[in-house]
Ligand binder design. Structure first.
Ligand code: EPU
Length: 419
């Protein structure tokens, strides 16, 4: 097992490039199941979640080549084994995204039901209900979802709650359904839009991209494509905070700042100077201590839950009192007790973290839990006085490509060591 050792207290300065988006790459990889030919993807990040997805697709009969420049060539057009087994699904919940494409292309699928998760119960009832509305019969037994459909037929689907991966599953299923599907209350996250745009390059007919109403006119088949995955707004936001929390400055290249409005507004509120250009964002903290900000997470275009833990760390060392309310996941607070061990003054009341900023944190031995909580501990280690050791780094490797190399480029003292 690897751990990270961080000697904190350096202001970070420099320029890095954002990686391709994890949460856009995952559905797009699974969308390759729908194509009748190979799909070439550029800008996919090197992450363990991507390797898990490739292993899952390979288990089902897909073939792939991963080039050293991150280009990924995948042929999932002739699957032979329509099962997503517990072994892989338990390590990555996004595996549920094979369900819609398999049903649409082959009329059947057996997918392990994802279990609970460190950040919440995260049921998949809305995925299943919507697929049933498209005409699938679904049975859950022995921990597996058994889905079957002779034909999927387009219909009106109203999500009672906005959900990213269920929207993606239904969009993918509807591309090959008979007739027109309209999804109301669809997730508007940029990663959903990226999937839809990619599907359209494969010959799908999706309109309303980026809005809460998606219309999908079913087609008979989809072809292979070449597609460049969008940049990772959450990774970029995390590095912006790394600079802000250490009083430093950073330019992030290869990023769409338009998809980060809510995050950038909060960074301006904490006192950062922000400049955006076509494909870059520059943040300069000019050595200032951040001002505390109140935050409530929500669905896009509002403040993302995937940035909640990172902003909590900013508030921990900021000037003033703050409250952060998490409205998407019920248990996304695993970082709180770890931050308290570094000297943070935090109280959790229901789904709200109340924080009184302290001038500095002290390094400590910490345990990473889930992906974004782990990222927040790295940020805390960068800001803290002394040495911070973070165990269970594999959580970070799910979502942050070469994190220590990128941080070192910015001047951080960070090492990965093996136990
Ligand atoms: N929900 C249900 N039933 C469902 C589906 C969702 O009750 O069938 C609930 C969830 O429990 C949650 C809410 O709806 O309370 C929203 O969950 P959503 O379905 O939108 O989350 P997700 O699709 O499972 C994706 C991202 C998450 C990100 C959320 C919210 C991927 C692969 N994952 O998850 O990313 O936090 O949307 O934006 O796209 C991460 O990258 O660290 C991460 C957790």
């Amino acid at each position: 097992m690897y751990k990270l050792i961080i000697h904190g207290g350096n202001a970070l300065h420099g320029t890095i490039s954002a990686s391709g988006s994890k949460n856009a790459s995952l559905p797009i990889l699974f969308a390759s199941i729908l194509a009748d030919g190979p799909v070439t993807l550029t800008n996919t990040p090197h992450l363990s979640d991507i390797s898990t997805s490739l292993r899952l697709l390979m288990d089902m009969g897909a073939e792939f080549i991963l080039e050293s420049n991150n280009d990924l060539f995948i042929d999932s057009s002739k699957l032979t084994h329509l099962v997503a087994s517990y072994n892989l699904v338990k390590t990555m919940r996004a595996s549920i995204l094979v369900l819609g494409p398999m049903l649409a292309k082959y009329g059947e699928a057996k997918v392990s039901l994802p279990g609970g998760c460190a950040i919440g119960t995260r049921p998949v009832n809305l995925h299943l209900k919507a697929l049933e509305e498209l005409g699938a019969t679904i049975e859950v037994k022995n921990g597996y979802i058994y889905a079957h459909a002779d034909t999927l037929v387009g219909t009106d689907i109203h999500f009672e709650q906005i959900t990213v991966t269920a929207t993606e599953n239904v969009v993918m299923a509807a591309t090959l359904a008979k007739g027109i599907t309209t999804i109301h209350n669809a997730a508007q996250e940029p990663e959903v839009s990226d999937l839809c745009t990619c599907l359209n390059t494969m010959g799908a007919k999706i309109t309303g991209i980026g809005t809460s109403i998606l219309t999908i006119e079913g087609v008979k088949n989809l072809n292979g494509t070449q597609y460049s995955v969008c940049p990772d707004r959450i990774e970029a936001g995390t590095y912006l905070i790394a600079a802000a929390i250490t009083g430093g400055s950073i330019t992030i290249k290869n990023i769409h700042h338009q998809s980060m409005r809510a995050t950038l507004e909060k960074l301006i509120e904490i006192g950062a100077d922000i400049k955006t250009e076509n494909h870059s964002i520059t943040l300069d903290m000019k050595g200032r201590r951040p001002k505390a900000v109140n935050i409530k997470t929500s669905t896009y275009p509002h403040f993302p839950t995937d940035m909640q833990a990172q902003f909590t760390v900013l508030n921990v060392i900021a000037d003033g009192h703050s409250s952060i309310t998490e409205t998407i996941f019920e248990n996304r607070f695993m970082h709180i007790p770890e931050l308290a061990r570094m000297g943070a003054d935090l109280t959790l009341e229901g789904n709200t973290v109340l924080c009184k900023g302290v001038k500095s944190l002290t390094g400590a031995h910490l345990m990473a839990t889930d992906l974004r909580a782990s990222a927040s501990l790295v940020l805390a280690g960068l800001a803290a006085k002394g040495t911070t050791t973070i165990e269970r780094v594999y959580h970070l490797d799910r979502g942050y490509e070469t994190i220590e190399e990128k941080l070192k480029l910015l001047g951080a003292q960070i090492e990965r060591v093996q136990d």
